[in-house]
Design a protein around this ligand. Structure first.
Ligand code: FES
Ligand code: FES
Length: 133
């Protein structure tokens, strides 16, 4: 099965690979796995108190499509608000990368990772708010 040019580009030159400091209260970490194949994706987002995504880093242990999907969304989310980022769907990713049907779940992983990272950020923020000043 042939990969599309865009998948190959992101796979060979992945954007935003790496980690952000988990201890930073403004960093949300999403760790998701694909039951279908066992691949794992970690996406970290640095989000301002105003809810703007300033930075993104990912580490993906998986196939080329999963790596390309995470690289792509790490670019897409930067500069977006949390609400805008939550509207990114796996269909957008699959369309952009021209993923074949058997690789659709790789793009689902990327959508899930965004949601998980934002969820983690919100939990951390709410926990901070509940602390007595
Ligand atoms: Fe997981 Fe693609 S099946 S590497
Ligand atoms: Fe499983 Fe790509 S994430 S084949």
């Amino acid at each position: 099965m042939a990969y599309s040019d865009k998948v190959i580009d992101h796979y060979e030159n992945p954007r935003n690979v790496g980690s952000l400091d988990k201890a930073d209260p403004n960093v949300g970490t999403g760790l998701v796995g694909a039951p279908a194949c066992g691949d794992v994706m970690r996406l970290q987002l640095k989000i301002t108190d105003e809810g703007i995504i300033e930075d993104a880093r990912f580490k993906t242990f998986g196939c080329g499509s999963a790596i390309a999907s995470s690289s792509l969304v790490s670019e897409w989310v930067k500069g977006k608000t949390v609400d805008e980022a939550l509207t990114i769907s796996n269909k957008d990713v699959a369309r952009e990368l021209a993923l074949p049907p058997v690789k659709i779940h790789c793009s689902v992983l990327a959508e899930d990772a965004i949601k998980a990272a934002i969820d983690d950020f919100k939990k951390k923020r709410d926990a901070r708010r509940q602390q007595p000043a």
